[in-house]
Write a protein that binds this ligand. Structure first.
Ligand code: F6R
Length: 598
């Protein structure tokens, strides 16, 4: 999982290095352990640095470096540790071609052995470095740059998005297979990148490349071809994102901005999908999908928590439904009839485990649906159907607004596929953005965060619809604060975890909706008896108030929408705790936004 970018300016414009470096900052969420650039002129100049992009920026002589085309890369290591040498781009023996790559080349060992036996010298431990050497061989055999590039790509097995520049040539050569790549059609030049934020400030006109396609961008235009080299007709789409969508807009961190964007994200998610008059939900993209006989959700991390929530929604409507960790899913082990639906829930649409689970479901003959945020992502193409959550770009590694939008999208999905909606439900969905805004305006999460920031560990508990969101609250807390945090269905506490509870382990209890039951209040008392401070996320005052140490309030809604509101307080609690502890909030250690390896 890495970010790659390429750019060729139209004739009268220069500034290649600035466009590449600025573009990389829009891709840093895809990886940030090292970065590099290559600028092609009469020769190829390469600069690479271990560490965050700022390290590279201080190493690059911006003022004296320019050329006809450039590529860049921001890395999250898979083959070889993050070092200057392993950072991309990589070059051939003569420095004629430079290559940046996102993905994994599965046959690189065999290729490297052959290349080394033929006398090629390698500088890195990466799988990527075989590509420039394969290109070098084709060039030596007399191939032109495009043919050499195509011949090298043809020898790769695995997943890749690749960009290359050659000395003395104006173009950027690109290919994709199972890793994302999108072309930006600008007035001042042509861009190509793993994701739109890399060039959004220059253009909102894009061409999504498909698996097996090649693209060449040069000053005069873009040419897309298939594996055989035949020209492919493509359409230029205008995307609805604004440039400031990819910036911090004055917030301290992308995560804070994205938490605050949730009212708008949810408005976008429900737009055009609800009918107030008859209380129905309709999702145009779903076409002929009917009531499923059963539903399997496959997802990872935060998306898995959204899936646990969704599975419960379907079960409550009489449809057998289960959520699976995508990495553990075996479509053949849990047979499905032909009216069953397998739903891949993935914000990025590029999570390898989820894609692999979807492919398994396709092979087993199930009908498949992807619920994703990224138009044109791999997940949107792997499944028979796709539903977009419309959250807009999420840059912070920790998923926040996309989780809210997933919950809302999945709630609408369950209503639409089971014909279970009602006017009251539509009204409650429509009220969510304002209710979230009121939480954002009045939250006391920062005070609670300050009070408990030196805790040894945090526990999160909830029941029913409150259980998945308790797991999500704990994931967010551990991810950005590096504190030990665990989430449990509240009833599970006494079966083991209670042994860890003491006065230095605050317990965050979701005591809202059906989670407000006597049983839940009993669980709160259990932890209090062990001396743990309790922070209640609640829509009620009376019975809870007297029993807990801190209250984080949420407005009342239908029980099944309660976790969407409760989660906002949990996000804020984690955010302010990480803030207090001075953590790297948008880029937590060891993590990356898009996990494209299994
Ligand atoms: C946590 C987080 C991850 C992702 C997981 C799946 O904040 O972001 O747990 O939810 O890596 O990613 P997607 O949804 O892109 O498949």
């Amino acid at each position: 999982m890495c970010g790659i970018i390429g750019y060729t300016p139209a004739e009268t414009n220069q500034g290649v290095i600035d466009v590449i470096l600025d573009g990389l900052s829009g891709l840093e969420y895809r990886g940030y352990d090292s970065a590099g650039v290559a600028i092609a002129d009469s020769s190829v100049s390469v600069f690479k640095r271990e560490g965050e992009l700022s390290e590279l920026e201080s190493a690059v002589p911006r003022d004296s470096l320019d050329g006809d085309a450039g590529i860049g890369h921001t890395r999250w290591s898979t083959h070889g540790p993050p070092t200057d040498a392993n950072a991309h781009p990589h070059t051939d023996c003569h420095g004629t071609v430079a290559v940046a790559h996102n993905g994994i080349i599965e046959n690189y060992r065999a290729l490297r052995a052959e290349l080394e036996a033929a006398g090629h010298e390698f500088d890195s431990a990466t799988d990527t470095e075989v590509i420039p050497h394969l290109i070098e061989i084709a060039l030596e055999q007399g191939a032109d740059a495009e043919t050499a590039f195509r011949r090298a790509i043809g020898q790769l097995e695995g997943s890749y998005a690749v960009v290359a520049v050659f000395s003395g040539l104006e173009g950027v050569y690109a290919a994709r297979h199972q890793s994302p790549l999108v072309v930006g059609v600008g007035e001042d030049g042509y861009h190509i990148a793993s994701d739109v934020p890399a060039f959004l400030e220059h253009t909102d006109r894009v061409i999504y490349l498909q698996d097996g396609q090649f693209a060449t961008i040069c000053p005069s235009g873009v040419e897309v071809t298939d594996e055989r080299g035949s020209i492919v007709e493509t359409s230029v789409e205008t995307i609805a994102w604004e440039p400031e969508d990819a910036g911090k807009s004055g917030y301290g961190h992308y995560m804070q901005k994205e938490i605050n964007e949730q009212p708008r994200a949810i408005r976008d998610c429900i737009r055009g999908r609800l009918s107030d008059l008859d209380g129905t939900v309709s999702i145009d993209e779903l076409g002929g999908v009917g009531r499923p006989s059963a539903v399997h959700f496959v997802a990872c991390g935060t998306s898995y928590h959204a899936s646990l929530y969704a599975a419960r929604l379907f079960r409550d409507r009489g449809v057998p439904a289960m959520a699976f960790h995508a990495s553990e899913y075996d479509a053949d082990a849990v047979p499905l009839d032909n009216e069953a639906l397998v739903v891949g829930v993935t914000q990025s649409g590029e999570t390898a485990d989820t894609l692999s689970a979807l492919r398994g479901a396709n092979r087993a003959g199930a009908e498949t649906l992807s619920v994703t945020n990224v138009v044109g992502s791999s997940a949107s193409r792997e499944a028979d159907h796709v539903m977009y959550i419309r959250a807009g770009p999420e840059i912070s590694v920790a998923a926040t607004k996309t989780f809210a939008s997933q919950q809302v999208a999945l709630a609408m999905l369950s209503d639409a596929l089971t014909d279970a909606s009602s006017r009251g439900s539509v009204e409650a969905l429509r009220a969510l953005p304002d209710q979230i805004q009121s939480i954002l305006d009045d939250s006391r999460a920062r005070e609670s965060a300050d009070t408990y920031a030196d805790a040894d560990a945090y526990f999160f508990i909830g029941r029913g619809y409150g259980a998945p969101v308790a797991l999500e609250g704990a994931l967010k807390m551990k991810e950005i604060t590096y504190k030990h945090a665990e989430g449990f269905p509240a009833g599970e506490l006494k079966h083991g975890p209670l042994a860890l509870v003491n006065e230095r382990t605050p317990v965050v209890a979701v005591v809202s909706g059906e989670s407000k039951s006597e049983k839940m209040l009993g669980n709160v008392k259990e932890v209090e008896a062990r001396g743990a401070p309790v922070i209640a996320v609640t829509d009620s005052a009376g019975e809870v108030q007297s029993d807990v140490d801190d209250i984080l309030r949420v407005p009342q809604t239908k029980p099944r929408f309660m976790p969407i509101l409760a989660n906002v307080q949990l996000q804020l609690l984690s955010y302010w705790t990480a803030h207090r502890l001075g953590r790297s909030i948008d880029k937590p250690r060891n993590l990356a936004k898009s996990v494209t390896v299994e």
